[in-house]
Design a binder for this molecule. Structure first.
Ligand code: GRF
Length: 198
């Protein structure tokens, strides 16, 4: 039976696309959830006939209510793995408790350096010569969960945020697909900050 994967995405969805483009994938993307009704990731999902859902932050929904609704939608999709692929909101206890050690996030910097929403810009502003990307399990912090894999990307003298991010994303997509394939095949075990894929 193929593994069931739910994807959370807020933006363009090229990481989602990379997951969808794997030939003979040993998983099905069973749903794509966004906090942003305009996310192109939703269009990509619909083009593949995948169920989509938007859970926007709204005035009548506090943070806990938003998180509970996300947990409800995801639970209905019965995913083996939840993949945050450019999802720009922090998940809360409802979602985390529903999928312990089964939520993966991709981040465009070498954590623990430059967490948060502006990892590429922050690395560039700091003046690092090497940055990159990280795939990690999600915990209650912002980009703090145990690390599954990382890839390095050199910063070039002429780089701006966009050019650097594009080169990072090439590595990020390949790494995310690789880790998701490994997780689907073998699962993982977590001991403190150390994750092992057997
Ligand atoms: C990725 O670099 C992700 O790590 C970051 O935003 C980007 C999303 O890209 N948070 P896409 O929407 O998958 O194209």
């Amino acid at each position: 039976m193929p593994a069931r994967i739910a994807v959370l995405a807020s933006g363009g969805g090229t990481n989602l696309q990379a997951l969808l483009d794997v030939p003979d994938a040993p998983y099905d993307v069973v749903g794509v959830l966004s906090d942003n009704a305009e996310a192109h990731a939703l269009v990509r999902a619909q083009q593949h006939g995948i169920t989509t859902e938007v859970v926007s932050p709204r005035d009548d929904l506090d943070r806990g209510g938003w998180d509970a609704r996300v947990a409800e939608v995801l639970t209905g999709w019965r995913p083996d793995w939840v993949v945050c692929a450019g999802f720009m909101r922090v998940l809360g206890s409802h979602v985390l408790e529903a999928f312990p050690s089964r939520i993966v996030n991709t981040h465009p910097a070498l954590l623990p350096s430059f967490p948060g929403a502006h990892g590429v810009r922050d690395a560039l502003d700091y003046g690092v010569r090497i940055t990159g990307c990280t795939v990690h399990l999600v915990d209650a912090g912002v980009d703090t969960g145990p690390i599954l894999d990382q890839r390095a990307v050199a910063v070039l003298p002429q780089d701006d945020e966009e050019s650097l991010h594009e080169r990072i994303k090439v590595e990020e997509r390949a790494m995310l697909v690789d880790i998701v394939l490994q997780l689907c095949a073998h699962g993982c075990s977590v001991d403190g900050r150390k994750v092992t894929i057997p």
